[in-house]
Write a protein that binds this ligand. Structure first.
Ligand code: NAP
Length: 417
Protein backbone atom coordinates (compact mmCIF):
# COMPACT_ATOMS: atom_id res chain seq x y z
CA UNK A 1 0.00 0.00 0.00
CA UNK A 2 1.15 3.57 -0.76
CA UNK A 3 0.36 5.92 2.11
CA UNK A 4 -0.04 9.62 1.55
CA UNK A 5 -0.18 12.66 3.81
CA UNK A 6 -2.01 15.77 2.60
CA UNK A 7 -0.82 19.19 3.75
CA UNK A 8 -3.87 21.41 3.14
CA UNK A 9 -7.34 19.89 3.22
CA UNK A 10 -9.30 22.69 1.51
CA UNK A 11 -11.08 22.72 -1.87
CA UNK A 12 -8.49 20.55 -3.63
CA UNK A 13 -7.35 18.48 -0.62
CA UNK A 14 -10.91 17.39 0.17
CA UNK A 15 -11.56 16.52 -3.49
CA UNK A 16 -8.36 14.41 -3.60
CA UNK A 17 -9.41 12.44 -0.51
CA UNK A 18 -12.97 11.91 -1.81
CA UNK A 19 -11.90 10.84 -5.31
CA UNK A 20 -9.19 8.48 -3.99
CA UNK A 21 -12.03 6.76 -2.15
CA UNK A 22 -14.62 7.00 -4.94
CA UNK A 23 -12.32 5.45 -7.60
CA UNK A 24 -10.21 3.30 -5.29
CA UNK A 25 -10.58 0.05 -7.28
CA UNK A 26 -9.68 1.69 -10.57
CA UNK A 27 -6.78 3.55 -8.93
CA UNK A 28 -5.49 0.32 -7.39
CA UNK A 29 -5.68 -1.39 -10.80
CA UNK A 30 -3.83 1.48 -12.49
CA UNK A 31 -1.18 1.95 -9.80
CA UNK A 32 -0.77 -1.75 -9.01
CA UNK A 33 -1.15 -0.90 -5.32
CA UNK A 34 -3.76 0.46 -2.97
CA UNK A 35 -3.36 4.19 -2.28
CA UNK A 36 -4.61 5.64 0.99
CA UNK A 37 -4.59 9.11 2.56
CA UNK A 38 -3.69 8.50 6.19
CA UNK A 39 -3.17 12.02 7.58
CA UNK A 40 -4.10 15.62 6.77
CA UNK A 41 -2.63 18.95 7.89
CA UNK A 42 -4.83 22.02 8.38
CA UNK A 43 -4.69 25.43 10.08
CA UNK A 44 -7.96 25.14 11.99
CA UNK A 45 -8.52 21.68 13.42
CA UNK A 46 -12.06 22.54 14.60
CA UNK A 47 -13.41 23.54 11.17
CA UNK A 48 -16.28 21.30 10.00
CA UNK A 49 -15.11 19.16 7.05
CA UNK A 50 -16.64 16.65 4.71
CA UNK A 51 -13.88 14.01 5.00
CA UNK A 52 -12.86 11.50 7.57
CA UNK A 53 -9.08 11.18 8.06
CA UNK A 54 -6.96 12.06 11.14
CA UNK A 55 -5.92 15.73 11.10
CA UNK A 56 -3.10 17.71 12.70
CA UNK A 57 -1.84 21.29 12.62
CA UNK A 58 1.82 20.23 12.67
CA UNK A 59 3.09 19.50 9.15
CA UNK A 60 6.10 17.59 10.53
CA UNK A 61 3.70 14.85 11.61
CA UNK A 62 3.35 14.23 7.87
CA UNK A 63 6.73 15.23 6.37
CA UNK A 64 8.66 13.23 9.00
CA UNK A 65 6.18 10.39 9.42
CA UNK A 66 7.99 7.09 8.67
CA UNK A 67 4.72 5.51 7.51
CA UNK A 68 4.08 8.12 4.80
CA UNK A 69 5.48 7.62 1.27
CA UNK A 70 4.11 10.68 -0.56
CA UNK A 71 3.52 14.20 0.79
CA UNK A 72 0.86 16.08 -1.17
CA UNK A 73 1.17 19.86 -0.68
CA UNK A 74 -2.20 21.60 -1.20
CA UNK A 75 -1.95 24.50 1.23
CA UNK A 76 -0.93 27.29 -1.18
CA UNK A 77 1.36 30.27 -0.48
CA UNK A 78 5.04 30.52 -1.31
CA UNK A 79 7.43 30.52 1.65
CA UNK A 80 5.42 28.39 4.10
CA UNK A 81 4.76 25.82 1.35
CA UNK A 82 8.48 25.88 0.45
CA UNK A 83 9.34 25.05 4.06
CA UNK A 84 6.92 22.09 4.04
CA UNK A 85 8.04 20.71 0.67
CA UNK A 86 11.73 21.12 1.50
CA UNK A 87 11.22 19.28 4.79
CA UNK A 88 9.42 16.47 2.96
CA UNK A 89 12.21 16.10 0.38
CA UNK A 90 14.91 16.20 3.06
CA UNK A 91 13.06 13.35 4.76
CA UNK A 92 13.01 11.30 1.56
CA UNK A 93 9.32 11.65 0.77
CA UNK A 94 8.08 11.85 -2.79
CA UNK A 95 6.18 15.12 -3.30
CA UNK A 96 3.12 16.13 -5.28
CA UNK A 97 2.00 19.76 -5.39
CA UNK A 98 -0.59 21.90 -7.17
CA UNK A 99 1.11 25.11 -6.07
CA UNK A 100 2.10 27.31 -9.03
CA UNK A 101 3.21 30.23 -6.84
CA UNK A 102 5.68 27.98 -5.02
CA UNK A 103 7.07 26.66 -8.32
CA UNK A 104 7.21 30.10 -9.97
CA UNK A 105 9.78 31.07 -7.34
CA UNK A 106 11.46 27.85 -6.19
CA UNK A 107 11.25 25.23 -8.96
CA UNK A 108 14.97 25.12 -9.71
CA UNK A 109 16.02 24.91 -6.06
CA UNK A 110 13.45 22.17 -5.51
CA UNK A 111 14.65 20.27 -8.57
CA UNK A 112 18.21 20.31 -7.18
CA UNK A 113 17.00 19.17 -3.80
CA UNK A 114 14.68 16.41 -5.01
CA UNK A 115 16.28 12.96 -4.85
CA UNK A 116 12.77 11.47 -4.74
CA UNK A 117 9.96 11.86 -7.34
CA UNK A 118 8.45 15.36 -7.52
CA UNK A 119 5.28 15.91 -9.56
CA UNK A 120 3.17 19.03 -10.15
CA UNK A 121 0.64 18.33 -12.93
CA UNK A 122 -2.15 20.37 -11.26
CA UNK A 123 -0.03 23.52 -10.99
CA UNK A 124 -0.78 24.57 -14.59
CA UNK A 125 -4.25 24.57 -16.14
CA UNK A 126 -5.83 22.46 -13.36
CA UNK A 127 -7.28 19.31 -14.89
CA UNK A 128 -5.52 19.53 -18.27
CA UNK A 129 -2.51 17.16 -18.37
CA UNK A 130 -0.26 19.78 -19.96
CA UNK A 131 2.84 19.07 -17.85
CA UNK A 132 2.94 15.42 -18.87
CA UNK A 133 2.15 16.36 -22.48
CA UNK A 134 5.03 18.82 -22.61
CA UNK A 135 7.56 16.89 -20.52
CA UNK A 136 6.83 13.38 -21.80
CA UNK A 137 4.48 13.32 -24.79
CA UNK A 138 6.40 16.03 -26.68
CA UNK A 139 9.88 15.12 -25.48
CA UNK A 140 11.09 14.50 -29.05
CA UNK A 141 10.44 18.11 -30.01
CA UNK A 142 12.14 21.46 -29.87
CA UNK A 143 9.31 23.60 -28.54
CA UNK A 144 8.88 26.61 -30.82
CA UNK A 145 5.96 28.27 -29.06
CA UNK A 146 3.51 27.87 -26.18
CA UNK A 147 0.38 29.99 -26.12
CA UNK A 148 -2.16 29.51 -23.34
CA UNK A 149 -5.39 30.72 -21.80
CA UNK A 150 -4.30 29.72 -18.30
CA UNK A 151 -6.45 31.89 -16.07
CA UNK A 152 -10.15 31.01 -16.05
CA UNK A 153 -11.21 34.16 -14.17
CA UNK A 154 -9.84 36.47 -16.87
CA UNK A 155 -11.29 34.34 -19.64
CA UNK A 156 -14.70 34.39 -17.96
CA UNK A 157 -14.63 38.19 -17.60
CA UNK A 158 -13.55 38.74 -21.21
CA UNK A 159 -16.16 36.26 -22.50
CA UNK A 160 -18.94 38.08 -20.61
CA UNK A 161 -17.73 41.52 -21.80
CA UNK A 162 -18.28 40.32 -25.37
CA UNK A 163 -22.01 40.35 -24.55
CA UNK A 164 -21.73 44.11 -23.95
CA UNK A 165 -21.34 43.86 -20.17
CA UNK A 166 -19.11 46.22 -18.20
CA UNK A 167 -15.78 44.99 -16.67
CA UNK A 168 -16.64 46.00 -13.09
CA UNK A 169 -20.09 44.38 -13.20
CA UNK A 170 -18.70 41.09 -14.55
CA UNK A 171 -15.83 41.06 -12.04
CA UNK A 172 -18.34 41.45 -9.20
CA UNK A 173 -20.37 38.56 -10.59
CA UNK A 174 -17.21 36.41 -10.93
CA UNK A 175 -16.51 37.06 -7.23
CA UNK A 176 -20.07 36.08 -6.30
CA UNK A 177 -19.75 32.83 -8.30
CA UNK A 178 -16.45 32.03 -6.57
CA UNK A 179 -14.35 32.35 -9.77
CA UNK A 180 -12.49 35.43 -8.50
CA UNK A 181 -11.02 36.09 -5.05
CA UNK A 182 -12.15 39.01 -2.84
CA UNK A 183 -8.84 40.63 -3.88
CA UNK A 184 -8.82 39.78 -7.59
CA UNK A 185 -5.48 41.48 -8.45
CA UNK A 186 -3.60 38.22 -8.62
CA UNK A 187 -5.88 36.89 -11.37
CA UNK A 188 -6.91 40.00 -13.32
CA UNK A 189 -3.41 41.48 -13.06
CA UNK A 190 -1.98 38.47 -14.96
CA UNK A 191 0.28 37.21 -12.11
CA UNK A 192 -1.39 33.80 -11.74
CA UNK A 193 -1.03 33.19 -15.50
CA UNK A 194 2.61 34.32 -15.29
CA UNK A 195 3.37 31.74 -12.59
CA UNK A 196 1.97 29.00 -14.80
CA UNK A 197 3.78 30.25 -17.90
CA UNK A 198 7.11 30.18 -16.04
CA UNK A 199 6.55 26.53 -15.12
CA UNK A 200 5.79 25.59 -18.75
CA UNK A 201 8.80 27.58 -19.98
CA UNK A 202 11.11 25.71 -17.58
CA UNK A 203 10.04 22.41 -19.06
CA UNK A 204 10.22 23.63 -22.66
CA UNK A 205 13.43 25.69 -22.39
CA UNK A 206 15.01 24.99 -18.99
CA UNK A 207 14.88 28.75 -18.42
CA UNK A 208 15.07 30.00 -14.84
CA UNK A 209 13.13 33.28 -14.77
CA UNK A 210 11.12 34.79 -11.93
CA UNK A 211 7.79 36.66 -12.30
CA UNK A 212 9.64 40.00 -11.82
CA UNK A 213 11.80 39.27 -14.91
CA UNK A 214 8.98 39.02 -17.45
CA UNK A 215 6.33 41.20 -19.06
CA UNK A 216 3.03 40.89 -17.14
CA UNK A 217 -0.05 42.98 -17.91
CA UNK A 218 -3.63 42.29 -16.80
CA UNK A 219 -7.07 42.88 -18.23
CA UNK A 220 -8.07 45.83 -15.99
CA UNK A 221 -7.90 48.43 -18.78
CA UNK A 222 -9.95 46.57 -21.39
CA UNK A 223 -13.23 48.34 -22.12
CA UNK A 224 -16.21 47.91 -24.39
CA UNK A 225 -14.65 50.07 -27.13
CA UNK A 226 -11.82 47.54 -27.37
CA UNK A 227 -14.32 44.70 -27.56
CA UNK A 228 -16.19 46.55 -30.35
CA UNK A 229 -12.92 47.13 -32.25
CA UNK A 230 -12.04 43.44 -31.90
CA UNK A 231 -15.44 42.42 -33.31
CA UNK A 232 -15.23 44.87 -36.19
CA UNK A 233 -11.75 43.69 -37.26
CA UNK A 234 -12.33 39.94 -36.74
CA UNK A 235 -10.44 39.45 -33.47
CA UNK A 236 -11.09 38.05 -29.99
CA UNK A 237 -9.43 39.51 -26.90
CA UNK A 238 -7.85 36.87 -24.62
CA UNK A 239 -5.39 37.03 -21.76
CA UNK A 240 -2.56 34.87 -23.12
CA UNK A 241 0.61 33.51 -21.59
CA UNK A 242 3.14 33.30 -24.42
CA UNK A 243 6.54 31.58 -24.50
CA UNK A 244 8.29 31.83 -27.83
CA UNK A 245 11.71 30.89 -29.11
CA UNK A 246 13.27 33.47 -31.43
CA UNK A 247 16.88 32.58 -32.33
CA UNK A 248 18.68 31.84 -29.09
CA UNK A 249 16.28 33.99 -27.08
CA UNK A 250 13.05 33.16 -25.28
CA UNK A 251 10.21 35.64 -25.02
CA UNK A 252 8.02 35.22 -21.97
CA UNK A 253 4.97 37.44 -21.62
CA UNK A 254 1.44 37.61 -20.25
CA UNK A 255 -0.95 40.22 -21.57
CA UNK A 256 -4.37 40.77 -23.14
CA UNK A 257 -4.01 39.83 -26.79
CA UNK A 258 -6.02 40.34 -29.95
CA UNK A 259 -6.09 37.05 -31.82
CA UNK A 260 -7.87 36.18 -35.06
CA UNK A 261 -11.27 34.73 -34.33
CA UNK A 262 -10.66 31.75 -36.66
CA UNK A 263 -7.84 30.46 -34.37
CA UNK A 264 -8.84 27.49 -32.20
CA UNK A 265 -7.70 29.21 -29.01
CA UNK A 266 -10.07 32.14 -29.76
CA UNK A 267 -13.01 29.82 -29.33
CA UNK A 268 -12.24 29.01 -25.69
CA UNK A 269 -14.97 30.67 -23.62
CA UNK A 270 -15.84 31.16 -19.96
CA UNK A 271 -13.72 29.63 -17.20
CA UNK A 272 -12.17 26.98 -19.49
CA UNK A 273 -8.42 26.85 -20.16
CA UNK A 274 -6.51 25.90 -23.30
CA UNK A 275 -2.85 25.61 -24.24
CA UNK A 276 -1.44 25.42 -27.75
CA UNK A 277 2.08 24.01 -28.11
CA UNK A 278 4.04 24.05 -31.37
CA UNK A 279 6.83 21.46 -31.64
CA UNK A 280 9.32 21.26 -34.52
CA UNK A 281 8.49 17.60 -35.14
CA UNK A 282 4.78 17.40 -34.36
CA UNK A 283 3.53 20.84 -35.46
CA UNK A 284 0.74 22.52 -33.49
CA UNK A 285 -1.01 20.61 -30.70
CA UNK A 286 -3.81 21.89 -28.50
CA UNK A 287 -5.00 20.98 -24.99
CA UNK A 288 -8.37 22.09 -23.60
CA UNK A 289 -10.26 21.58 -20.35
CA UNK A 290 -11.20 22.85 -16.91
CA UNK A 291 -8.39 24.92 -15.39
CA UNK A 292 -9.70 24.93 -11.81
CA UNK A 293 -12.21 23.47 -9.38
CA UNK A 294 -11.77 20.81 -6.70
CA UNK A 295 -12.50 17.70 -8.79
CA UNK A 296 -10.70 18.84 -11.96
CA UNK A 297 -7.58 19.70 -9.96
CA UNK A 298 -7.83 16.48 -7.93
CA UNK A 299 -7.84 14.52 -11.21
CA UNK A 300 -4.36 15.91 -11.97
CA UNK A 301 -3.09 15.50 -8.38
CA UNK A 302 -4.20 11.85 -8.25
CA UNK A 303 -2.59 11.13 -11.64
CA UNK A 304 0.72 12.29 -10.13
CA UNK A 305 0.21 10.06 -7.08
CA UNK A 306 -0.54 7.07 -9.34
CA UNK A 307 2.53 7.80 -11.44
CA UNK A 308 4.75 7.79 -8.36
CA UNK A 309 3.06 4.64 -7.01
CA UNK A 310 3.82 2.91 -10.33
CA UNK A 311 7.50 3.62 -9.77
CA UNK A 312 8.00 6.36 -12.38
CA UNK A 313 10.94 8.57 -11.51
CA UNK A 314 10.73 11.27 -14.18
CA UNK A 315 13.19 14.11 -13.74
CA UNK A 316 11.17 17.01 -12.32
CA UNK A 317 11.54 19.43 -15.25
CA UNK A 318 12.18 16.70 -17.80
CA UNK A 319 15.98 16.89 -18.19
CA UNK A 320 18.29 14.04 -17.17
CA UNK A 321 21.29 16.22 -18.03
CA UNK A 322 21.31 20.02 -18.43
CA UNK A 323 19.96 21.27 -21.75
CA UNK A 324 23.25 22.35 -23.31
CA UNK A 325 22.40 22.01 -26.98
CA UNK A 326 22.03 25.74 -27.17
CA UNK A 327 22.26 28.42 -24.48
CA UNK A 328 18.87 30.15 -24.33
CA UNK A 329 18.51 33.61 -22.78
CA UNK A 330 15.46 35.57 -21.76
CA UNK A 331 14.70 38.25 -24.36
CA UNK A 332 14.70 41.75 -22.82
CA UNK A 333 11.12 43.06 -22.68
CA UNK A 334 11.89 46.21 -24.69
CA UNK A 335 13.15 44.10 -27.62
CA UNK A 336 9.94 42.04 -27.94
CA UNK A 337 8.21 42.67 -31.28
CA UNK A 338 4.48 42.73 -31.86
CA UNK A 339 1.66 44.44 -33.69
CA UNK A 340 -0.36 46.81 -31.50
CA UNK A 341 -3.85 48.20 -31.26
CA UNK A 342 -4.00 51.73 -29.80
CA UNK A 343 -7.03 53.49 -28.31
CA UNK A 344 -6.61 57.26 -28.07
CA UNK A 345 -9.35 59.62 -26.79
CA UNK A 346 -9.00 63.14 -28.23
CA UNK A 347 -10.81 66.44 -28.46
CA UNK A 348 -12.04 66.73 -32.03
CA UNK A 349 -9.69 69.39 -33.49
CA UNK A 350 -8.10 69.97 -36.85
CA UNK A 351 -4.66 68.35 -37.28
CA UNK A 352 -5.08 65.76 -34.51
CA UNK A 353 -4.63 62.75 -36.77
CA UNK A 354 -1.61 64.21 -38.53
CA UNK A 355 0.22 64.86 -35.25
CA UNK A 356 -0.40 61.32 -33.99
CA UNK A 357 0.60 59.78 -37.33
CA UNK A 358 3.83 61.82 -37.26
CA UNK A 359 4.78 60.58 -33.80
CA UNK A 360 4.16 56.99 -34.86
CA UNK A 361 6.22 57.44 -38.04
CA UNK A 362 9.20 59.02 -36.23
CA UNK A 363 9.23 55.98 -33.94
CA UNK A 364 9.35 53.56 -36.93
CA UNK A 365 5.72 52.53 -36.47
CA UNK A 366 3.49 52.22 -39.52
CA UNK A 367 -0.30 52.10 -39.35
CA UNK A 368 -2.12 49.06 -40.71
CA UNK A 369 -5.72 50.16 -40.10
CA UNK A 370 -7.62 53.01 -38.50
CA UNK A 371 -11.10 53.61 -37.10
CA UNK A 372 -12.79 56.66 -35.59
CA UNK A 373 -15.60 56.43 -33.03
CA UNK A 374 -17.42 59.63 -32.02
CA UNK A 375 -18.38 59.76 -28.34
CA UNK A 376 -20.20 62.41 -26.27
CA UNK A 377 -18.08 65.52 -26.87
CA UNK A 378 -14.89 63.70 -27.92
CA UNK A 379 -13.57 61.15 -30.40
CA UNK A 380 -11.90 57.76 -29.94
CA UNK A 381 -9.19 57.01 -32.46
CA UNK A 382 -8.38 53.34 -32.88
CA UNK A 383 -5.22 52.25 -34.69
CA UNK A 384 -3.75 48.87 -35.56
CA UNK A 385 0.00 49.05 -36.27
CA UNK A 386 2.38 46.86 -38.22
CA UNK A 387 5.07 44.98 -36.26
CA UNK A 388 7.30 47.16 -34.09
CA UNK A 389 9.43 46.88 -30.97
CA UNK A 390 8.07 47.26 -27.46
CA UNK A 391 10.48 50.14 -26.79
CA UNK A 392 9.31 51.98 -29.93
CA UNK A 393 5.60 51.76 -29.11
CA UNK A 394 6.18 52.73 -25.46
CA UNK A 395 8.13 55.83 -26.52
CA UNK A 396 5.43 56.77 -29.06
CA UNK A 397 2.67 56.32 -26.46
CA UNK A 398 4.57 58.58 -24.02
CA UNK A 399 4.83 61.28 -26.67
CA UNK A 400 1.16 60.95 -27.75
CA UNK A 401 0.04 61.10 -24.13
CA UNK A 402 1.66 64.54 -23.78
CA UNK A 403 -0.33 66.10 -26.68
CA UNK A 404 -2.80 68.67 -25.28
CA UNK A 405 -5.79 67.25 -27.19
CA UNK A 406 -5.35 63.73 -25.73
CA UNK A 407 -7.85 63.60 -22.89
CA UNK A 408 -7.49 60.08 -21.41
CA UNK A 409 -4.67 57.58 -20.84
CA UNK A 410 -3.74 55.93 -24.15
CA UNK A 411 -4.54 52.23 -24.05
CA UNK A 412 -2.95 49.47 -26.13
CA UNK A 413 -3.38 45.74 -26.75
CA UNK A 414 -0.84 43.53 -28.50
CA UNK A 415 -1.96 41.67 -31.64
CA UNK A 416 -0.74 38.10 -32.29
CA UNK A 417 -1.11 36.76 -35.82
N1 NAP B 1 -8.85 25.55 -6.11
C1 NAP B 1 -8.47 25.30 -7.34
O1 NAP B 1 -9.29 25.24 -8.26
C2 NAP B 1 -7.01 25.10 -7.67
C3 NAP B 1 -6.62 24.78 -9.00
C4 NAP B 1 -5.28 24.53 -9.29
C5 NAP B 1 -4.34 24.66 -8.29
N2 NAP B 1 -4.74 25.01 -7.01
C6 NAP B 1 -3.71 25.14 -5.97
O2 NAP B 1 -3.94 24.15 -4.98
C7 NAP B 1 -3.54 24.65 -3.71
C8 NAP B 1 -4.72 24.56 -2.74
O3 NAP B 1 -5.80 25.34 -3.22
P1 NAP B 1 -7.25 25.28 -2.51
O4 NAP B 1 -8.16 26.01 -3.42
O5 NAP B 1 -7.58 23.89 -2.13
O6 NAP B 1 -7.00 26.16 -1.20
P2 NAP B 1 -7.92 26.25 0.12
O7 NAP B 1 -9.30 25.80 -0.17
O8 NAP B 1 -7.72 27.62 0.65
O9 NAP B 1 -7.26 25.19 1.12
C9 NAP B 1 -6.03 25.42 1.73
C10 NAP B 1 -5.85 24.37 2.82
O10 NAP B 1 -4.54 24.52 3.37
C11 NAP B 1 -4.64 24.68 4.78
N3 NAP B 1 -3.55 25.60 5.17
C12 NAP B 1 -3.30 26.83 4.68
N4 NAP B 1 -2.20 27.34 5.27
C13 NAP B 1 -1.78 26.42 6.16
C14 NAP B 1 -0.70 26.37 7.07
N5 NAP B 1 0.17 27.37 7.19
N6 NAP B 1 -0.55 25.24 7.83
C15 NAP B 1 -1.42 24.21 7.71
N7 NAP B 1 -2.46 24.19 6.86
C16 NAP B 1 -2.63 25.30 6.08
C17 NAP B 1 -6.01 25.24 5.06
O11 NAP B 1 -6.39 24.92 6.38
P3 NAP B 1 -7.86 25.30 6.96
O12 NAP B 1 -8.81 24.42 6.19
O13 NAP B 1 -7.78 24.95 8.39
O14 NAP B 1 -8.04 26.76 6.67
C18 NAP B 1 -6.84 24.52 4.00
O15 NAP B 1 -7.20 23.25 4.45
C19 NAP B 1 -3.04 26.08 -3.96
O16 NAP B 1 -1.64 26.07 -4.14
C20 NAP B 1 -3.72 26.47 -5.26
O17 NAP B 1 -3.02 27.45 -5.99
C21 NAP B 1 -6.04 25.22 -6.70
Amino acid sequence: MVKIGIVGVGTVGEAVIKNLEKNKDLIKARAGKEIKAIKGVVRDINKKRDIDIPLTTDYKEVTRNPEIDIVVELMGGVESAYEVVKDALLHNKAVVTANKALLAYHRFELQKLAKTPFEYEASVAGGIPIIKALRDGLSANHILEIKGIINGTCNYILSEMKKGRDYKEVLKEAQQKGYAEADPTFDVGGYDAAHKLLILASIAYNIDAKPEDILIEGIENINLTDIEFAKEFGYEIKLLGIAKKTGSEIELRVHPTLIRKEEMISKVEGVMNAVSVIGDVVGETMYYGPGAGGDATASAVISDIIEIARGNKNPMLGYKIPLELEKLNLKPTEEIKSKYYLRIAVNDKLGVLEKIANILATNNISIESFLQKPRNGYVKLLFATHICKEKEIKKAIDEIQKLDFVIKPVNYIRIEE
